[in-house]
Design a protein around this ligand. Structure first.
Ligand code: PLP
Length: 393
């Protein structure tokens, strides 16, 4: 009889269960909205990256449906063979205007944009200097590139400078940070890091996945927020979060983008975006330009909720964005907090090691523009009750 060569996976899963790290997927029954139904329960949703509520915006829906009618549901090819439609080029031109750069290339996801770009621009002779809390897709891109990886302490500009100064001046270096850190909601120190990159001749790269649509004029991101235009060589954006659809992109010089057209492996070897997604992304750009009040609402809600949590006495870390962690300590405490909130109709995922440090497990909350004050007050009341029960406040 054949023994199961994948039998060891069961042991791995059992070990996750023993450590309380085994996750059941929660099932969304209906649309991705501020108030929705998850696992048969009506909840205030504090778990999505749908910052502006664009996943269900009428303009995006309408344009996606029109695109399906006109162009069908798929492209049937990678971009470099037969999968580039005029609309793909138009989206890239519009994103380049939006980001104030020469050119943009769109990838299937933000993950693919990061991993595909870092691995394309670096070789094993090079060095990458990366913030310790950078996103997994950056880390994977670094590994794929086979470059030497040097990690600097979170947001420590002088730490990054010290590492770079010890490296041979002639070696190619990439300095990389998230614009908004996805688990803590704090901002990368762009002005300081751009200074270091210029002093030392590093390539400067910023992953603005959580900043696109949220920070800067009309949601142009942290480069715009910090007035760093022209000082960041490689900007990463996502179309999967505030933009409400799916995809990622790299914004930069014409040479960078043409190089990626030739060397970025997800671009070369994975099918392009279906027409509905491309059309929805372009509609989202229209919304950012025509309805900036949505972004103002996001920030008003962010202030209300963050201040509410802080007034209750929760540890919300150093967040500066709509991502607000509620730090609980041990993993099991964070999971209890999340479960008890869910029982009261508030959906906020618990996040534990290895995604965050062992003693900094948390419930991560994300406020959107489409939450009502009643939704947010309801959530604050639930946090107060559960926080007291667990001795967190
Ligand atoms: C900082 C950061 N970069 C990149 C990504 C990947 O983006 P996408 O979901 O579009 O693949 C994420 C998403 O979790 C993220 O948080």
């Amino acid at each position: 009889m054949r023994t199961d060569p994948l039998g060891y996976l069961r042991k791995e899963l059992d070990s996750l269960k023993e450590q309380n790290l085994y996750r059941q997927l929660r099932i969304l029954e209906g649309e991705q909205k501020a108030r929705t139904t998850v696992d048969h329960k009506s909840v205030v949703n504090l778990s999505s990256n749908n910052y502006l509520g664009l996943t269900t915006h009428p303009k995006l829906r309408e344009r996606a449906l029109e695109a399906v009618k006109q162009f069908g549901v798929g492209t049937g090819s990678v971009r470099t063979i037969a999968g580039t439609m005029e609309m793909h080029m138009e989206l890239e031109r519009r994103l380049a205007d939006f980001k104030k750069v020469e050119k943009v290339v769109v990838f299937q996801s933000g993950f693919a944009a990061n991993a595909g770009t870092v691995s394309a621009v670096l070789t094993k002779e090079d060095v990458v200097i990366s913030d310790e809390l950078n996103h997994a897709s950056i880390i994977d891109g670094c590994r794929l590139s086979r470059a030497t990886i040097k990690v600097f302490p979170h947001k420590d500009v002088d730490g990054a400078r010290r590492i770079i100064k010890e490296l041979p001046a002639s070696q190619r270096k990439l300095l990389i940070t998230d614009g908004v850190f996805s688990m803590d909601g704090d901002l990368g120190p762009l002005p300081g890091l751009c200074d270091v990159a210029e002093e030392t001749g590093c390539i400067m790269m910023v992953d603005d996945a959580h900043a696109s649509g949220v920070f800067g004029k009309n949601g142009r991101g942290t480069i715009d927020h910090f007035s760093m235009h022209g000082r960041v060589d490689i900007q990463v954006g996502t179309l999967s979060k505030a933009i409400g659809a799916l995809g990622g992109y790299i914004a930069g010089s014409a040479d960078l983008i043409e190089f990626l057209y030739h060397r970025a492996r997800p671009f070369l070897f994975s099918t392009s975006h279906p027409p509905a997604v491309v059309a929805a992304c372009m509609a989202a750009l229209d919304v950012l330009m025509e309805e900036p009040e949505i972004i103002e609402r996001l920030w008003a809600n962010t202030r209300f909720f963050k201040e509410g949590l802080q007034r209750l006495g929760f540890n919300t870390g150093a967040s500066e964005s709509p991502i607000t962690p509620v730090i609980a300590g041990e993993g099991s405490k964070a999971m209890q907090l999340s479960d008890k909130l869910f029982a009261r109709g508030v959906f906020a995922q618990g996040i534990a090691y290895p995604t965050v440090a062992r003693d900094k497990a948390r419930v991560r909350t994300i406020v959107t523009a489409t939450h009502t004050r009643e939704d947010l007050q309801y959530a604050l009341d639930a946090f107060q009750a559960v926080g007291r029960e667990l001795g967190l406040i």
